[in-house]
Design a protein. Structure first.
Length: 269
């Protein structure tokens, strides 16, 4: 059992009860009469019960399935890592984080195991999980591997994908600019991955997209520079997205090659 506690003095980023309780008492669809079961009493003509659709009425909207508590905790922890709320090198226990989020330790522990598989944290036996510390060398290595995968694919797509399909990605590029402008690290991380994922998805290679996504996520844990520098870097990175789209729409291969190479080279600094 973990005996550690959350980092002393850490500012609680999430209030207890932020996650909805597990839904209980969900309605079970009525079963058709079977052997030994009495049929439902016949309703009077014109009687309309709640939830029954009358002729000509539109169908009721499909119920939205709630994300699991584990999934919500995983998203919250990823945001806390990118924002620096969970400090690199510090050890956090599942029970302490559970109290911080207003949930039990179990979904926190499961989410942390997923983050450990992604390289964001490491397991500390009998204590909890230590947030990984990423130095410039490791980030440079991740950028180099990403470049080996993404640059050739992007250059190949630049030769084959029509301009209208590149134009459809403009909202994704704009989202990175909007997040960078306000210095929202978590929103930028998500929009940045969404842009790269959409570009690579045009290759039709799902395995490539999955591998590139994992590498990209690893490169985002947690920033190593100061807030002011990070914001300037975000703005520069976001502007490269829009410039790249402009070059792809124009099918200017020379500019595409230069921008893509610079995009990953800049990630190493």
């Amino acid at each position: 059992m973990e005996q550690g506690s959350a980092h002393d003095g850490a500012r609680p980023a999430y209030a207890p009860g932020v996650f909805p309780p597990t839904v209980v008492g969900a309605r079970v669809p009525a079963q058709a009469p079977g052997p030994g079961r009495a049929p439902e009493p016949e309703r009077a003509r014109g009687e309309h019960t709640h939830g029954e659709r009358l002729p000509g009425e539109p169908p009721a909207p499909r119920a939205v399935r709630r994300h699991s508590v584990r999934g919500q905790i995983l998203d919250a922890l990823r945001t806390a890592l990118v924002d620096g709320e969970l400090a690199p090198g510090q050890v956090y226990s599942a029970p302490a984080l559970g109290a911080r989020f207003g949930v039990s330790a179990t979904p926190v522990r499961e989410a942390m195991q997923q983050l450990a598989a992604e390289g964001a944290v490491e397991v500390v036996p009998n204590r909890g999980f230590r947030v990984s510390e990423r130095g410039p060398r490791e980030l440079a290595e991740l950028a180099q591997v990403r470049a080996l995968i993404e640059v050739p694919v992007m250059l190949d797509l630049a030769r084959t994908v029509p301009a209208r399909r590149w134009s459809a990605l403009r909202p994704l590029a704009d989202a990175t600019v909007a997040a960078a402008a306000v210095g929202d690290l978590a929103a930028y991380a998500e929009s940045d991955r969404a842009f790269h994922r959409a570009v690579l998805a045009l290759s039709g290679n799902g395995q490539l997209v999955a591998v590139a996504e994992e590498l990209h996520r690893r490169a985002q844990w947690p920033p190593v520079s100061g807030p002011a520098t990070r914001r300037a870097d975000l703005l520069a990175d976001a502007s490269e997205h829009t410039a790249l789209l402009d070059a792809l729409v124009a099918q200017d291969l020379a500019v595409v090659r230069a921008l893509v190479s610079e995009h990953f080279t800049g990630a190493e600094s």
